[in-house]
Design a protein around this ligand. Structure first.
Ligand code: ATP
Length: 372
């Protein structure tokens, strides 16, 4: 049973607060993703679980045992760093075999070792590289071998710190599915750090969004995408970023921009007439229509992004970003009409900085696929 429980972890480096009271229970076999910007405290969280930093306060339990004061070697966790450490004078094959020969993993038979290496190298697409030396590999291949070195070793918990960061987009996407499968097969709890929201949504059984040493929200990909706890989480997921506009609650609607623009008050919003709020509208939820819709504006910029076109639209003096397939053939200078489903309107408290969710986006429609 490799549950991981972290309770009120705190860590400062000089004046920098890296962890500011982190509490989370990760279940056995879970693929748990920590998502956050640079400096949020993601790596420090992993290192605290591995025992590689001494925390100032709080505790870490693995499998129900308090390991806060236990040496890293005795925690039975395997950690992969973003930078890849390989033995330069050993082949890929020897690099992969070495973690299985030492210490507590030395109990594996030759056949078990071969099977495990075969499984991991196939998953990572590196089985054709076994006889090469690290200097004969590309950065992406080296990173996969380094990840392989971690995954061949049976452990209670895998701690993976941006392990796909050096791979190109196509390979990353392919590896995500494989990694998830490998995690499931090996019956191991995996904690995976990334700053890539698509990776988080694709891989995580649950995602914890981290900012400035705190876990802002923990939930399934669906929860986090559909019901972000605050504007920070909402902005952390989605490319282009969610539009956040100031608004005022009017008679049954929320008026935005110069007042000529309005959206529905989503179900469950505890707001009264006259209240100031902030409204989040995701670019992928704004649909350019052939004519019907309540959002009218003028296209200032149209930029092709892969299969979509990103439109910057002036709507009542506010600028909204919308994504369109280009089906309606709109270009710069054109007038457009857009609509958004009532259930895709997110309402947050008014104010400066990041503010909390008030309501919106019930789970009746799933736009998660559009995000991935
Ligand atoms: P990144 O995505 O850039 O790797 P992160 O979310 O993993 O960032 P951490 O590496 O955990 O962030 O760092 C959290 C904060 O603690 C940062 O402000 C960082 O500069 C600081 N920090 C981390 N390790 C040390 C250290 N050994 N000495 C001093 N400051 C540190």
């Amino acid at each position: 049973m490799a549950t991981v429980s972290i309770t009120d972890l705190k860590k400062t480096f000089g004046k920098t607060v890296a962890l500011d009271g982190i509490t989370v229970d990760i279940t056995d076999n879970e693929f748990f993703v920590i998502l956050g910007p640079s400096g949020a405290g993601k790596t420090t969280t992993l290192k605290s679980i591995a025992g590689l930093v001494d925390v100032d306060a709080g505790s870490v339990s693995i499998g129900g045992t308090d390991v806060t004061l236990v040496e890293p070697y005795h925690r039975n966790v395997a950690m992969a760093f973003e930078s890849y450490a390989l033995y330069p004078q050993k082949t890929v094959s020897e690099n992969l075999a070495s973690p299985l020969k030492s210490g507590r993993t030395g109990k594996y038979s030759e056949q078990q070792r071969t099977e495990r290496i075969e499984q991991v190298t196939t998953t990572l697409g590196i089985n054709h590289l076994l006889q090469r030396f690290p200097r004969e590999l590309s950065n992406g291949q080296r990173q996969r071998v380094a990840l392989g070195r971690v995954l061949v070793r049976p452990a209670d918990v895998y701690l993976l710190d941006e392990p796909l960061s050096h791979l190109d987009a196509k390979l990353r996407a392919a590896m995500r599915a494989e990694l998830k499968q490998l995690g499931a097969m090996s019956n191991t709890t995996t904690i995976y750090v990334t700053h890539d929201y698509q990776e988080a949504l694709a891989l995580g059984d649950r995602i914890a969004v981290m900012n400035r040493g705190k876990l802002v929200q923990i939930g399934t990909p669906h929860d986090i995408w559909r019901r972000p706890a605050d504007t920070f989480v909402a902005r952390s997921l989605g490319q282009p970023e969610i539009n956040v506009l100031d608004g005022v609650v009017d008679d049954g609607r929320i008026r935005l921009a110069d007042g000529s623009l309005d959206v529905a008050i989503p179900a469950g919003a505890a707001v009264d007439r006259g209240d100031r709020v902030r409204v989040g509208l995701r670019p992928c939820d704004l649909h350019v229509t052939g004519g019907d819709g309540s959002l009218h504006g003028k296209v200032l910029l149209a930029e092709r992004l892969g299969r979509n076109i990103e439109l910057t639209v002036d709507v009542g003096g506010a600028q909204l970003i919308a994504l369109t397939s280009g089906r309606h053939g709109v270009g710069e200078g054109d007038n457009v009409t857009m609509k958004i489903a009532d259930s895709d309107v997110h309402v947050f408290a008014a104010g400066e900085g990041d503010t909390s969710r008030l309501a919106g986006s019930s789970a009746d429609r799933d736009s998660l696929e559009a995000a991935q």
